[in-house]
Write a protein that binds this ligand. Structure first.
Ligand SMILES: *Cc1c(COP(=O)(O)O)cnc(C)c1O
Length: 365
């Protein structure tokens, strides 16, 4: 690889960088990012560069057709140095999202090099408090400018980073969304692509205007069964068991969802992945059989839910808030932060590109 003219910039930028006194969640952007481009039919070698605006042609397929995909993952400061949590799942999911958007897969070696280079450069800026981490945002988008509806031949792959505090929100109030859909059957709901978020903004804004925090999406075909929230999966504690909507093809297969289900089983909690009709859940909440609801995702890990309601303003409080959620969150964080042994082989050194690349390729999707 040729030495880039920005290398000095990167070194001096890192030397001058200071973490803010109070670390926010997801708004402090690290001063460097990794970039590799797909050109002439192959991935070019990437490099760390100063974080900042990137030139994008206004007619690029990324902007005109949402030819785009992204991931959300975290590097944690363990006693043995920075660690990643199940990055194989993010890598495989990123590949599925890219494929669905007619974009090339990022090879394991490149994904690993981007992660290891970025995390190594930022290792001293990973905050160490409980739940704190370096949030990582791999992103890919089409660069070619044209208005004809077909994909690009050229793509940018960026890895951005954000030193982040734990996301301790007050319990959220969710509103059952009965009109709009987030993602269609046969659409892109199972992929992590920006278009899904674009499709959610209008309804979410409406739900906020009704005094709620987030929309609870139902299945797009019948609007009867619960799917998930806009950026988090959904879980319910019913008669002491942990229930979550089964993967339907239009909801996201979350890393946190999958991990909490496995952790719960280890804690002898019965787990059920099933079709969850919303009317039955509301009955269970009113009758007290459903004691607790929470959402889960990489950012918040778990977000306790205080109430569930309707656009009319009707809402039901949960009998318990943040009880099983807090227990699972602690169990997960203990593994992610290296406070307890990792019985699942979920944790891997974030700074060694070779080892990380092997891990990505050897661990299942
Ligand atoms: C990212 C995301 C989640 C959470 O997935 P994790 O892998 O746990 O971070 C859930 N739902 C949607 C729609 C998402 O985009």
């Amino acid at each position: 690889m040729t030495k880039n003219s920005d290398t000095r910039d990167v070194d001096s930028i890192l030397a001058a960088y200071r973490l803010p006194e109070r670390i926010p969640f997801g708004t402090e952007l690290a001063p460097v990012m990794y970039r590799a481009d797909f050109r002439d039919g192959k991935w070019q070698s990437g490099e760390l560069q100063p974080f900042g605006d990137v030139p994008v042609n206004p007619a690029a397929t990324a902007l005109q057709f949402a030819q785009q995909a992204f991931e959300g993952m975290k590097a944690y400061q363990s006693p043995d140095g920075p660690r990643l949590f199940r990055p194989n799942l993010n890598w495989h999911r990123f590949a599925r999202s890219a494929k669905r958007m007619l974009m090339p897969e990022v090879p394991a070696a490149l994904f690993a090099r981007a992660l290891a280079t970025t995390v190594s450069a930022l290792a001293s800026f990973i905050p160490r408090g409980r739940g704190q981490s370096l949030y990582l945002r791999p992103t890919m988008f089409g660069l070619d400018p044209h208005f004809a509806v077909h994909g690009s031949d050229n793509f940018a792959f960026l890895l951005m980073a954000s030193p982040s505090d734990a996301y301790y929100a007050d319990p959220i109030r969710i509103m059952v969304e009965r009109e709009n859909s987030r993602a269609a059957t046969g659409g892109t709901g199972a992929e992590k692509v920006g278009g899904n978020y674009g499709a959610s903004l209008f309804a979410n804004d409406h739900c906020v205007s009704r005094g709620f925090d987030q929309s609870l999406w139902l299945d797009p075909a019948t609007h009867r069964n619960i799917e998930e929230l806009s950026a988090m999966n959904f879980m319910a504690v019913i008669d002491g068991e942990l229930h979550t909507p089964a993967l339907s093809g239009s909801l996201l297969d979350g890393v946190t969802r999958n991990s909490l289900l496995q952790l719960a089983q280890r804690l002898d909690i019965v787990t059920r992945e099933r079709t969850m009709p919303v009317e039955a859940l509301l009955d269970d909440v009113r009758a007290g059989r459903c004691s607790e609801l929470f959402a889960c995702g990489t950012g918040a890990i778990v977000a306790p839910i205080g109430a569930i309601g309707e656009a009319s303003g009707t809402s039901y409080e949960l009998r318990e808030v943040n009880r099983m959620a807090a227990r699972l969150r602690d169990a997960l964080l203990d593994i992610q932060e290296g406070k307890v042994a990792d019985p699942f082989n979920w944790i891997v050194d974030a700074t060694n590109a070779r080892r990380l690349g092997n891990y990505l390729e050897s661990c299942p999707a």
